[in-house]
Design a protein. Structure first.
Ligand code: FES
Ligand code: FES
Length: 81
């Protein structure tokens, strides 16, 4: 897989969830079966997870289409895919 390859669209809507403080690993490749988090399925895709550090409890909208310009968060790009 080359650098120009696109990630897999896991879903065309974000994963909205309340998170406790801590470190999370967002799946950038789109192949994880544990979306929106990495499960190691990116192996061989050229993509890797993105670490997200949450300092205080909050609700976030993770990008599941993997095409957001504001990764790991949804920026509405999924509506154009
Ligand atoms: Fe997608 Fe790890 S499974 S980045
Ligand atoms: Fe990817 Fe919204 S789910 S931009």
């Amino acid at each position: 897989m080359g650098m120009d390859d696109q990630p897999t669209i896991a879903d065309k809507k974000p994963a909205v969830m309340k998170l406790e403080p801590g470190d999370y690993w967002w799946c950038a490749c789109g192949k994880s079966v544990n979306q929106p988090f990495c499960d190691g399925s990116h192996k061989g895709t050229g993509f890797g997870p993105q670490k997200v550090t949450i300092d205080e409890e909050k609700t976030v909208a993770f990008c599941n289409c993997k095409h957001s310009a504001n990764q790991p968060f949804c920026d509405g790009t999924h509506a154009k895919l």
